[in-house]
Design a protein. Structure first.
Length: 94
């Protein structure tokens, strides 16, 4: 369901992730500084309702010059969840 996850933009305290979907679903973004990252080890999460096939979301209040890992999980509301591969990004120095 989720493909082509990438970092669109980043600053010292924000990052914008973008992804492609083949269905309209809700996407939960799990993120944190722990690797390997999964739903249990993530220190933060946010849910995004995707009403289009190309979506993006900006995560705020990040620490400068820090490596973060993320995992996107799609939920089609029929108990079917699909996880993307885990990715990473580094916030810029302040």
């Amino acid at each position: 369901m989720i493909s082509t996850v990438s970092v669109l933009a980043r600053t010292d305290s924000t990052v914008t992730l973008t992804w492609q979907l083949n269905k309209f679903v809700d996407v939960t973004i799990y993120y944190g500084t722990t690797s390997p990252l999964n739903e249990k080890t993530a220190s933060h999460s946010c849910k995004v309702s995707a009403f289009r096939f190309a979506s993006e979301f900006t995560i705020k209040d990040l620490e400068p010059h820090t490596i973060y890992y993320y995992l996107l999980v799609a939920d089609n509301h029929f108990s079917s969840k699909t996880a993307s591969i885990t990715g990473s990004f580094t916030t810029l120095p302040k």
